[in-house]
Design a protein around this ligand. Structure first.
Ligand code: ZN
Ligand code: ZN
Length: 211
């Protein structure tokens, strides 16, 4: 019997974990591009300086200011997203797992291992923070969510045919409703084992309600 907060948390961590190598790769491409731009800028400054003759010092100053402004206003968004996402995850693991997380441990792995052991309310926090981080990463990369339609099966709660499997986990994939329906509690038709009012529906892979 798996609490839906734990299912959401687990699905979110797997989803971020699946998106992460794509972000790391894109950030590395971005970093190299900035180095190329830097070299081009330096070259430009030298050329302007040569042409400018006596105004060389002045020209360099202006060009450096422009290049500096370019750098500050962007070009490194993905690298900053890598850093801020990593910081958030480490902060979250420290807060939720306390001394069961040692700085330096792979943070997403630690979260995945501990989700079955933490209280549902803590799992809900993991689901929220990791879900937001995952959405931000996927938006930056223009990656959609890790949903694959579950064809031919209506949602037992709202009847829509928008159930989807969360594909990032290597096994034991849970199912969510793309209709965004939420649980109404004990009398809800969803058939989830536990039914916290207001939670987005999510079914364990073994749920008999989806057949
Ligand atoms: Zn539904
Ligand atoms: Zn329900």
């Amino acid at each position: 019997m798996t609490h839906p907060h734990r299912l959401h948390a687990t699905a979110a961590v797997w989803s971020l974990r699946a998106a992460w190598p794509h972000l790391a790769h894109a950030a590395e491409v971005e970093r190299r591009q900035l180095l190329v731009d830097d070299d081009a800028g330096t070259l430009r400054a030298q050329v302007y300086g040569t042409i400018g003759g006596s105004t060389m010092h002045h020209s360099n100053g202006i060009l450096n200011a422009i290049l500096g402004a370019e750098r500050r206003t962007g070009g490194d968004q993905l690298q900053r997203l890598v850093a801020s996402t990593r910081e958030t995850m480490i902060w979250l693991a420290g807060r939720i797992l306390d001394d069961r997380y040692r700085p330096g441990d792979p943070v997403l792995t630690a979260l995945l291992e501990q989700i079955p052991l933490i209280p549902p309310v803590a799992a809900a926090e993991v689901a929220r923070w990791v879900g937001e981080a995952d959405s931000a990463v996927r938006a930056a990369l223009q990656l959609g969510p890790d949903h694959e339609p579950l064809v031919g099966v209506p949602c037992p709660a709202c009847g829509s045919r928008r159930l989807a499997v969360r594909m990032s986990a290597p096994a034991d994939r849970s199912v969510v409703c793309g209709g965004g329906c939420v649980c109404t509690g004990a009398d809800c038709l969803c058939g989830m084992d536990e039914r916290p009012v207001g939670i987005l529906h999510i079914w364990a892979p073994s749920s008999g309600r989806l057949r």
